[in-house]
Design a protein around this ligand. Structure first.
Ligand code: ADP
Length: 490
């Protein structure tokens, strides 16, 4: 039913290795589902270690070519990838909504962000400046060069199936690296769409390889990517638990790693806050992608003076704004969760908090809709830190509201977890803004702002949320570039 663009294939049933559309050597395939309807979108190859080996070999050959392109040549191809993202925006967004379920308008925003990643790094590609360092010896000069690291292995999640790949790939290609991508098993089609665009852009064969892999083979493939000596760097976005496995696997060869792991974002609303603005920010931070982002507000702390008022206003806004359904319907804001397991997880978290004294203000159960992967937008008050919902990433459309006394209390509660990705707070007190912004143990702080992700600024966490940020200038991208200090004697 999709024939708007002739050359473009929505659901190719192949992996992409060395510039070719290929089956697995085993000929095995696995099915991909539309989470809204639970219908099969298609099947893709279930790649094994031999397929991975081929992908790495091809990335290795391509590296010899691509790293010798001038930065200007690389920049032009990245710029074409930007242009193609704009040209194929509608198709690319539809692929996301099909495989991930998010509302089409959010998919369009994701493609805009992906396009911008290619645009941004097409510009940054030309600015991998080095350094000249004054020497203590009269007959020596110190010169610092930036060199591409080599082959990068990317393991990516399903919640932003295009952008998580774009942000890594654009930077790696800009630096002169080549890549092997293992996309999330639920969402391989956005990765395969990128391969189609890369052909149109004239990217040399082997610069981007995609090995689609089923859940069953993921652990083995993940280990093999980390253990392959030709792969010089791993960039991973996903859960903290899997991040730890990957780190262990990378320790083996002291492989460079970059980790974007789970968060448990505090969202603090102080008495002095503009409540209307705080609710706008919270709606965006909490309910984007039906609550399935690693920077979603997870623990919402509201100061006691405005607690009741805030909850009434939030409930009203949720009722007014949120509509659950198939992401292809124009007025839907809340698509399905990614799969059955995600529904079960959210159900258990809500059950646990009710058992421990949480009060449901809105929602509280799954919806009987289409394929059954939908959960009602839910508001729970009187949440405490003893509840699982405050300890784990909810990854669903559930706003869990806690009460706090004063600033010290809020900061202590916010920091009392092992992770630290994003954090948000709303306040009109300028001194408080500086104090709290600096005290929150997170990689990114939104001050009177609910969205912190943009390609211009570094994105990344601290504590068990990982290390090595993405986006921003190539200074932050040293992760894709090896520094070599040359000492020249005259
Ligand atoms: P999520 O909760 O988003 O599914 P995961 O961390 O499980 O988070 O998944 C993120 C990515 O990590 C996916 O591409 C998934 O296939 C991959 N993955 C899962 N388990 C492993 C593993 N043991 N080794 C390497 N990659 C893995």
């Amino acid at each position: 039913h999709h024939c708007s663009a002739q050359k473009f294939n929505y659901f190719p049933e192949k992996a992409y290795i060395n510039g070719k559309w290929t089956d697995s050597i085993t000929a095995n395939k696995f099915e991909i589902f539309d989470p809204a309807k639970n219908t099969v979108l298609g099947s893709v190859p279930d790649c094994n270690l031999d397929d991975l080996n081929q992908a790495v070999q091809s990335a290795n050959q391509a590296f010899k070519v691509w790293s010798n392109f001038t930065s200007e040549q690389r920049s032009r191809i990245l710029r074409k990838l930007y242009d193609l993202h704009i040209e194929y925006k509608q198709q690319l967004a539809e692929i996301i909504t099909h495989e991930n379920g998010k509302p089409l308008r959010e998919s369009l925003v994701e493609i805009d962000s992906s396009a911008k990643a290619y645009e941004w790094f097409s510009e940054e590609a030309k600015r991998t400046y080095g350094d000249l360092i004054p020497s203590p010896a009269p007959n020596k000069r110190f010169l610092v060069l930036k060199q591409p690291v080599g082959i990068c292995g990317f393991i990516t999640p399903w919640n932003f199936p295009a952008y998580m790949i774009a942000r890594k790939t654009a930077a790696a290609l800009a630096a002169g690296c080549t890549v092997v991508i293992k996309p999330a098993e639920d969402t391989p089609y956005s990765a395969l769409a990128l391969c189609q665009l890369s052909e149109m852009a004239g990217l040399p064969a082997g610069c981007i390889n995609v090995v689609t892999t089923s859940r069953k083979n993921t652990a083995e493939m993940g280990k093999a990517i980390c253990h392959n000596p030709l792969v010089k760097k791993i960039s991973f976005t996903g859960s903290t638990a899997v991040g730890k496995i990957i780190l262990e696997n990378c320790a083996h060869q002291v492989k460079k790693v970059q980790m974007e792991l789970g968060g448990n974002a505090p969202f603090i609303v102080f008495d002095s806050a503009d409540i209307k603005k705080a609710i706008v920010g919270l709606m965006a931070s909490k309910f984007r992608n039906s609550g399935q982002t690693c920077v979603c507000a997870n623990r919402i702390f509201v100061q006691e003076g405005i607690y009741d008022k805030f909850i009434i206003a939030l409930a009203e806004e949720m009722k007014k704004q949120l509509k659950v359904g198939n992401g292809f319907e124009t007025d839907v804001t809340q698509g399905p969760l990614i799969n059955k397991n995600a529904i079960t997880k959210v159900e258990n978290l809500v059950k646990d908090s009710i058992a421990k004294g949480g009060q449901i203000v809105l929602g509280g159960s799954k919806c009987d809709l289409l394929g059954g992967n939908f959960y009602e937008p839910t508001l729970i008050r009187d949440v405490t830190t003893e509840m699982e919902i405050a300890k784990e990433e909810i990854f669903g459309p559930v706003a869990a509201i806690m009460k706090f006394k004063d600033e010290e209390d809020a900061v202590r509660l916010a920091n009392a977890v092992s992770v630290g990705l994003a954090g948000y707070f709303y306040s009109s007190d300028l001194s408080q803004i500086w104090r709290v912004a600096e005290k929150l143990e997170v990689g990114m702080v939104g001050v009177n702002e609910g969205i912190v992700s943009t390609i211009e600024a570094p994105f990344g966490g601290i504590k068990e949320s990982g290390f090595g940020s993405e986006g921003s200038n190539l200074f932050f991208f040293i992760f894709l570039i090896a520094l070599a200090t040359m000492i020249l004697a005259r």
